[in-house]
Design a protein around this ligand. Structure first.
Ligand code: UGA
Length: 434
């Protein structure tokens, strides 16, 4: 029988909500505390505010079994818990460093209510050294010295597959100096049968940053190869396939595209660069990863302008996809949104379709004309550009698409469509690196 525990999760965002619902699914007694009263109310009714496969079901099951509850505030959640997971945002500060103020506020808020023997576990992505900082803040704010355990337990959840990533992890990393505390935290994951790495807190925090920075590096590398492929008439998809069969390289994260985005990679790359700067280490490689990523946006905009007859001024561009990747409704740091903005700034009229986030995008980007149907987006378009790899876009009637457009030009920034099939339908097709 697993050892079941009472867990508080602070923060009801992507990571917190997934963590809370999955721990409840594993049989633990979970209370999730958030400081947004409206969110607590709707979550308590089972309304999940984000598009995340499997999450509404797990939340509903957790509520029905009473193993999952939502309360207002961190202290209310932490006061009865044996384990308190911090899952709060660490946004990018003005200088690129991660802004720790929310983590610090929560540590101060929960310190007075923690019981002796409870463990505070940090899942938020925090600069190296933060676990120690949390320990110090807890003591300063009234937790009894020496009675509270503190650990780092970074998350490796991808939006869109967060539930699966939680329940079938490749590894669980626990950073903690005290063996007894590390063992107690690892027990929470026992049913998952994943490798558990127990290490010191600084290494655990670095594992998180190094993992995201490495994945970002893979993406910038394949984007750079794609750009070269275009000059030497090679196809980057074939190249990635041929590389991926080598298990030392692997197939994943070798999709060329408009550059990485989302709420994690851009921010975490900047934060690690800031950390490197702060210890006088010139992380040239990672700076290039960032630069290649920025330039990839420029390349896509240039491709669209070229397809529109070398100028965006007065052109009508149909955009398919606005989220930072498919199967999420998240628009944060979306390359698609950045490119749409650049098209508008260049004087184009932009008609956009996104299956999940169109309406919200229209509120964020002034002048963006969002329609509810992919064909409507193409009416009178000079160019159609695919900016997010939604699967449904593959299977549309491209005769109908072409029939709506002024000229049959496609810039496929995600290499989603089949170039031969498109050319057969008289489209001028341009992908990335092919
Ligand atoms: C990423 C990591 O994959 C997770 O392991 C990590 O836990 C999470 O950040 C986090 O730090 O919280 P996520 O941001 O949800 O997850 O999205 P990814 O699937 O990693 O994609 C990130 C960006 O890279 C997207 O814009 C995507 O389109 C792009 N990408 C990804 C490519 O351009 N090519 C690829 O081959 C893969």
């Amino acid at each position: 029988m697993p050892l079941l525990s009472s867990i508080a999760v602070i923060g009801g965002g992507y990571v917190g909500l997934t963590t809370a619902a999955c721990f409840a699914h594993l049989g633990h007694d979970v209370v999730c505390g958030d400081n947004d009263a409206e969110k607590v109310r709707s979550l308590s009714k089972g309304e999940v505010p984000v598009l995340e496969e499997g999450l509404p079901d797990l939340v509903a099951q957790g509520l029905a079994s009473r193993r999952l509850r939502f309360v207002l505030g961190a202290a209310a959640a932490a006061s009865t818990a044996e384990f308190v997971f911090l899952c709060v945002p660490t946004p990018q500060g003005a200088n690129g460093a991660a802004d720790l103020s929310i983590v610090e506020d929560v540590a101060r808020e929960i310190a007075p209510v923690l019981h002796a023997g409870s463990v505070v576990v940090n899942k938020s992505t925090v600069p190296i050294g933060s676990t120690q900082l949390v320990e110090r803040l807890l003591t300063e704010a009234g937790a009894m010295p020496g009675t509270i355990g503190v650990a780092s337990n970074p998350e490796f959840l991808r939006e869109g597959s967060a539930v699966r990533d939680f329940l079938e992890p490749h590894r669980v990393v626990i950073g903690c100096q005290e063996t007894e505390v590390a063992v107690r935290v690892s027990e929470l994951y026992r049913d998952l049968r994943a490798p558990i790495l127990v290490t010191d807190a600084a290494s655990a925090e670095m594992i998180k940053y190094a993992s995201n920075a490495f994945l970002a590096t893979k993406i910038s590398f394949i984007n750079a190869i794609a750009n070269l492929c275009e000059s030497v008439h090679a196809d980057v998809r074939e190249v990635a396939l041929g590389m991926g069969y080598d298990p030392r390289i692997g197939f994943e994260f070798l999709h060329a595209g408009p550059g990485y985005g989302g709420s994690c990679f851009p921010k975490d790359v900047q934060a690690l660069l800031y950390t490197a700067d702060s210890v006088d280490y010139d992380f040239e490689l990672l700076r290039s990863v960032h630069d290649v990523n920025q330039r990839q946006h420029d390349r896509i905009v240039a491709k669209i302008a070229a397809a529109a007859g070398d100028t965006l001024e007065g052109a009508t561009i149909a955009v398919w996809g606005l989220t930072f990747k498919a199967n999420t409704d998240d628009l944060r740091d979306s390359p698609a949104l950045a490119i749409a903005r650049r098209l508008l700034e260049g004087g184009a009229r932009v008609r956009a379709y996104d299956p999940a986030a169109g309406e919200r995008a229209a509120q964020i980007v002034a002048g963006l004309d969002v329609v509810a149907d992919p064909y409507d987006a193409c009416v009178d378009a000079d160019v159609l550009t695919v900016l997010t790899e939604w699967d449904e876009l593959r299977w549309l009637d491209f005769e109908r698409v072409g029939g709506q457009m002024r000229t049959r030009h496609i810039v496929d920034a995600r290499n989603l469509l089949d170039p031969a099939a498109m050319r057969q339908k008289s489209f001028v097709y341009d992908g990335v690196g092919r």
